[in-house]
Design a protein around this ligand. Structure first.
Ligand code: ADP
Ligand code: AMP
Length: 214
């Protein structure tokens, strides 16, 4: 099961990817999480990535592609993987498709979670992520049981630095310019599946289950 999640920032890719990973036992690989972990650890990669992330820009392809290609060749990806936040540009999609093609493989499901821009700003302002384990909550749509406390590990919940309204607007522009063309790319490849991401989290997941189990 080789899956990628497409959709604007805040569409619910991470939320759904975690549910898919738990149900179908494939690793959830989020490039955003990988960069945030590197920032936290103060690595060279983290320092470089942060310059771009803080401005709502994409990290350059050359810092992302090899990292992901190496990751999907690890043993735990033998039965597939779910990529969340990658690819985000046509060159990234080409690098991914090329690496898979070397073994006669391809992306089977490109799941596009569709949410209009006007809903995104509201979603991002309410997003809270666990500082320790990365679990995702929303103050209104998916609140934690205890205020500011992660249901999964008890860690503190924080607003991401790049979820400020001005940065979100920039990220949306970047999405439309650089990432949205991937919808057509995977449509042509015959692996595009679209879901309405404005529905309740569990309803979106049911739609994804029916795609993956058809
Ligand atoms: P992405 O990974 O695409 O950036 P997230 O999964 O982090 O998006 O979701 C962004 C925010 O929206 C989070 O606060 C999440 O709890 C919330 N969210 C996700 N899916 C839905 C949904 N279907 N309806 C309402 N809120 C949602
Ligand atoms: P995310 O957690 O997916 O919302 O990603 C947060 C930020 O990390 C993005 O706004 C980008 O700056 C950076 N990033 C994550 N994935 C990629 C990628 N595939 N290509 C370039 N930048 C990325």
């Amino acid at each position: 099961m080789k899956i990628i999640m497409l959709g604007a920032p805040g569409a619910g890719k991470g939320t759904q990817a975690k549910k898919i990973a738990a149900k179908y036992h494939v690793p959830h690989i989020s490039t955003g999480d990988i960069f945030r972990a590197n920032i936290k650890e103060g690595t060279e990669l983290g320092k470089k990535a942060q310059e771009y992330m803080d401005q709502g820009l994409l990290v350059p392809d050359e810092l992302v592609c090899d990292l992901v290609v190496d990751r999907i060749h690890k043993d735990d990806c033998e039965n597939g993987f779910i990529l969340d936040g990658f690819p985000r540009t046509i060159p990234q999609a080409d690098a991914l498709d090329g690496a898979l093609a070397q073994n006669g493989e391809k992306i089977e499901y490109a799941i596009d979670v569709e949410v209009p821009d006007e809903n995104i700003i509201k979603r991002m302002a309410g997003r809270r992520s666990c500082k320790d384990c990365g679990a995702i909550f929303h103050l209104v749509y998916n609140p934690p049981k205890k205020e500011n406390c992660c249901d999964v590990c008890g860690g503190p919940l924080v607003l991401r630095d790049d979820d400020k309204e001005e940065t979100v607007k920039k990220r949306l522009d970047v999405y439309h310019e650089q990432t949205a063309p991937l919808i057509d790319h995977y449509k042509k490849a015959g692996s595009l599946y679209e879901v309405d991401g404005t529905q309740d989290i569990n309803v979106v997941f049911e739609e994804i289950e029916s795609i993956l189990e058809a």
